[in-house]
Design a binder for this molecule. Structure first.
Ligand code: ADE
Length: 216
């Protein structure tokens, strides 16, 4: 197989569950207990919910930071989409994201919460920390990545696959494909197989958007 165009790791639900347990244990072992968990939307939702489950935290909020556009491409400066209207005075807050890549999402979300919600303390936690590129080091992390990789998490299989295929169509300048040609090309470019159901959903979206024409 050819060398993939970008490094991608296909993440399973079991891996996510294992990392959430390890993240929760790190928090527990530090002797600190959050009153509130705040998920950075959208990537932080599932890990934040799992950490709440494991630590028995019932207060879960979210702040959405926009930053990453198409898969693996930054398209805008990180900013909060909907300002957080709550006050969290006196609360210990654990801010969770799936991955700390550049660190901008966490930096922006933390600053926003400090300014708007004024909690007693904010600590940050992620499953993956890309130390090679991140501007910050989260308080809690499960894996340190010394090389940049795109983690293809299971909650955004269709979205990432759609964007990855759109990139193939754009960069090759070729709009007409058979299903099997495109699946093979995808595997060569990204080194992963996302399965028939996900491929079909991504194809459907791209055909509807006029980006792709499928030949029989
Ligand atoms: N979101 C931002 N950076 C990412 C990465 N490297 N992998 C998966 N999701 C991301």
């Amino acid at each position: 197989m050819a060398v993939p165009k970008i490094r991608v790791k296909l993440v399973t639900w079991d891996e996510v569950h294992g990392w959430a347990f390890r993240l929760a244990r790190l928090v527990e072992e530090s002797g600190w207990r959050p009153d509130v968990v705040v998920a950075i939307a959208r990537g932080g939702y599932v890990p934040a919910r799992l950490v709440c489950d494991i630590l028995d935290v019932h207060d879960l909020l979210s702040v959405q930071v926009l930053h990453w556009g198409r898969a693996a491409e930054i398209t805008a400066e990180a900013h909060v989409k909907y300002p957080v209207p709550v006050k969290l005075e006196g609360k210990r807050v654990l801010l969770i994201d799936d991955i700390c890549d550049t660190g901008d999402s966490i930096i922006v979300a933390k600053k926003h919460l400090e300014e708007r919600a004024a909690p007693a303390e904010i600590r940050t936690g992620v499953m993956q920390w890309i130390s090679a590129v991140a501007k910050i080091k989260p308080d809690y992390y499960v894996e340190e990545l010394r090389d940049w990789v795109w983690y293809q998490y299971p909650w955004c299989r269709v979205e990432d696959t759609t964007n990855f295929i759109e990139k193939i169509v754009g960069e090759t300048g070729r709009k007409e494909w058979t299903r099997s040609e495109l699946v093979e090309e995808f595997k060569e470019w990204y080194g992963i197989d996302v399965g028939e159901e996900v491929f079909e959903e991504a194809f459907k979206k791209l055909v509807e958007r006029g980006v792709l024409v499928l030949k029989e």
